[in-house]
Design a protein around this ligand. Structure first.
Ligand code: NZQ
Ligand code: ZN
Length: 386
């Protein structure tokens, strides 16, 4: 096992009716900025519950944070924070609203000339951030219990990630009942995103970390079990609760302790979203199966473990077990309603060169757990995804 730091200060308030409890986690005299997306929280009753919990505190609203939050939108919120002397941020929504809030929290106190530098330095230059909490409405990203965020600068067609220990939410409310109103497309996206988060931290090479492996396999098995159930019974609270906790645990730092991490699938996926507006999880469903096929030799030991323990594949030669495990993975994404080929999103071979140029300009030329995913490997992965 490799050396590691494990630090996660986020207080999770889990369960039905827990939005009311945010009252105890925000200072009574706080001036709060309530951040949200396109308005789903005003249709499903979440907004009303949040406002009731905030009571008599001074609350300013900032809506309109779009999926794949843009720097341009977020900088308008930063100006509002400064103008209104806001001292606590409350994100109410999915990963985009929470990620956007992390950036606003850091940018509002950033001392450099241009907060885009936070993305350019991947967060290493963040010295402090405003305190913030979240009310999660879409289980997927894990943003509710981690310190990372992804921001898109539309004018540059750049989608970049940063993280900082100052950007953990103080608390996050996870009420599974808030997810009943999700469109099925977002439900499927959430399951796939969480699944691929686990794969990025698990499917690398063995380092004798059996506990982390079994945590990861437990998450994958639970997602495979519960995912189809949420599509069959969308009103089942227990299924919603299991998925919400899985997605949170998939990317809160626990399963990455002491093990190598890949993230090449995510880096290629970010370029697909930035250039073509494809949903984050859709990009992962396109890339992961090809990424595993192309890098089969480097990942052989873990692929065999995955085939056996997650898909129960014990018979046949090694290559056929690996091929079947990747096939089952791709079928699972399709079963969740997430298409897995570039052609499904109207992209063809002519779109590959611009994706590779974007990877190069973002210095994404040595990816993966061994930094051996070159532009040439990325090209092969994209070609296999057509
Ligand atoms: O904007 P509203 O109206 O709220 O609608 C949203 C949005 O259209 C809707 N939605 C959310 N909760 C709902 C709901 N609709 C009905 N009922 C509800 N309860 O869902 C749509 C998508 O929301 P979004 O927040 O964009 O989705 P998601 O949670 O998948 O977040 C995606 C973003 O997170 C980033 C992605 O790159 C992408 O920008 N990621 C963040 C990570 C992190 N911080 O650790 C890791 C991930 O790998 C990912 O990169
Ligand atoms: Zn993701």
């Amino acid at each position: 096992m490799q050396n590691f730091d494990f630090y996660n200060p986020t207080h999770i308030l889990f369960g039905q009716g827990r939005i009311a409890d945010l009252n105890q986690h925000i200072p009574a005299d706080a001036s709060v900025l309530l951040l949200y997306g396109g308005g789903s929280i005003k249709q499903n009753g979440v907004f009303g519950q949040v406002m009731a919990a905030l009571g008599t505190r001074r609350v300013t609203e900032f809506g309109g944070i779009e999926p794949n939050p843009s720097y341009e939108t977020l900088m308008r919120a930063v100006a509002l924070v400064k103008r209104e002397r806001i001292d606590f941020l409350l994100a109410v929504g999915g990963g985009s609203v929470i990620d956007g809030t992390k950036f606003i929290a850091a940018a509002a106190l950033f001392e450099g000339a241009e907060p885009w530098a936070i993305l350019e330095k991947r967060g290493n230059n963040v010295r402090c951030a405003l305190p913030f909490g979240s009310v999660l409405t879409l289980p997927a990203t894990g943003s509710e219990m981690n310190s990372g965020a992804v921001v898109t600068r539309k004018s540059l067609q750049a989608k970049m990630a940063f993280s900082s220990r100052h950007c953990f939410p103080r608390f996050s409310v996870l009420d599974p009942a808030t997810t009943f109103s999700l469109p099925l497309r977002q439900v499927g996206n959430g399951v796939v995103d969480a699944f691929v988060h686990v794969m990025e931290q698990y499917l690398t090479y063995p380092v004798n970390a059996p506990l982390q492996d079994r945590f990861a396999e437990g998450l994958l098995l639970t997602l495979i079990e519960q995912g189809p159930q949420v599509l069959a019974r969308p009103q089942d609270y227990a299924v919603r609760a299991n998925l919400m906790w899985c997605a949170c645990m998939a990317l809160n730092g626990l399963i990455s302790t002491g093990v190598p991490q890949d993230w090449a699938t995510h880096m290629l996926g970010h370029e697909l979203t930035a250039l073509h507006g494809i949903d984050h999880a859709q990009t992962l469903a396109i890339i992961l199966p090809s990424m595993l096929r192309i890098r089969k030799e480097a990942k052989r030991a873990k692929l065999l473990q995955y085939a056996a323990r997650v898909w129960g594949l014990l018979d046949g030669d090694e290559d056929s077990r690996i091929a079947a495990a990747i096939e089952y993975t791709q079928d699972f994404f399709e079963q969740m309603g997430v298409k897995t080929r570039l052609a499904d999103y109207d992209l063809n071979a002519t779109h590959i060169a611009p994706i590779l140029s974007a990877l190069e300009s973002h210095r994404m030329v040595a990816l993966g757990e061994k930094r051996d995913v070159t532009l040439e490997i990325s090209r092969q992965v994209l070609e296999l995804s057509l």
